[in-house]
Design a protein around this ligand. Structure first.
Ligand code: SAM
Length: 279
């Protein structure tokens, strides 16, 4: 049944505050499910199952689907739409409070989701920081976010550095607002992120790497020597010296750096920190 009528029949008004823009275009649903390349033995975690339109497509392809949904008003619809699929487990929860390692154990899994846009970055962080990480993420996000995820040096942000540190993001489809009910104000894109089994650059410590990167991006459009000096509590001279030793012009801006350059700064900063510790 058409999602609009399904919701109306149940007397449910979509909540903007929960990012509820449901997919209503059958082609878009098919495109997303196909982009996931699900094998019959796969376990899929779906975030924000909504009325179950995408869940059905996933259940037809996977061995098991774990569908997480926060809005209890949608649970009766989900149970009814999925009654013929014993391979679906519906989990009523806030995904940000779900311990993914407890939910999935050590089994390999994929994530497929039409994300609630208001918490995209938080969900990405939650997925990236799980001990047992997904093999692949197929996420519908705002087009602008998709472009930030795949950005190249010159247009990098904290989001692109983290997506590219943990995986290899690519845009696989674009969706117009008409694919959703209600229509969002923005265009959307489907992003596939294949997660690395180990980071593509050598860093002594992940937390320190992100501390350095966050410091670099901490002050918009500032020269790196200034943002690192402030964010890492170094003198201007020490921050400039760190950058020069990493082979980076201290007047460059954070958005121009490659992952390898961030890693080089982190390695030198870690070594310098250790030296200070010994003295
Ligand atoms: N998958 C459905 C579809 O494609 O039509 C719904 C997608 S809708 C963009 C996002 C869904 O995420 C909504 O059903 C919303 O209730 C749910 N949601 C929002 N915040 C959530 C959270 N913190 N944890 C789990 N689900 C959430």
């Amino acid at each position: 049944m058409h999602v609009k009528y399904l919701l109306e029949k149940m007397g449910i008004q979509p909540k903007k505050s929960l990012g509820q823009n449901f997919l209503q275009d059958p082609n878009a649903l098919e495109k997303i499910a196909n982009a996931a390349h699900i094998a019959p033995t796969d376990t899929v975690l779906e975030i924000g199952a909504g009325t179950g339109a995408l869940t059905v497509k996933l259940a037809q392809r996977a061995a098991q689907v774990i569908a997480v949904e926060i809005d209890e008003r949608l649970l009766p619809i989900l149970h009814s739409q999925l009654r013929d699929f014993p391979n679906v487990r519906i989990h009523h929860a806030d995904i940000l409070r779900v311990d993914l390692d407890a939910l999935l154990g050590t089994q390999p899994y994929l994530v497929v989701a039409n994300l609630p846009y208001y918490i995209t970055s938080k969900i990405l962080r939650h997925l990236f920081e799980a001990r047992n990480k997904a093999r692949r993420l197929i996420l519908t996000v705002q087009q602008e976010v998709a472009e930030r995820l795949v950005a190249a040096p010159g247009e990098m942000s904290l989001l692109s550095v983290s997506a590219q540190f943990y995986g290899k993001p690519q845009i696989v489809a674009r969706l117009s607002p008409a694919a959703f009910y209600p229509r969002p104000e923005v265009s959307s894109a489907v992003v596939r992120i294949d997660l690395h089994s180990k980071p593509p650059v050598d860093v002594p410590d992940e937390e320190l790497f992100f501390h350095v990167v966050s410091a670099g991006f901490g002050q918009k459009r500032k020269q790196l020597k200034n943002s690192l000096s402030r964010g890492l509590a170094l003198s201007h001279a020490a921050a400039a010296d760190l950058l020069v030793r990493a082979g980076i012009d201290p007047t460059r801006r954070a958005e121009t750096l490659t992952l390898e350059e961030w890693a080089a700064i982190t390695r030198l900063f870690a070594a310098q920190d250790a030296r200070l510790f010994v003295q």
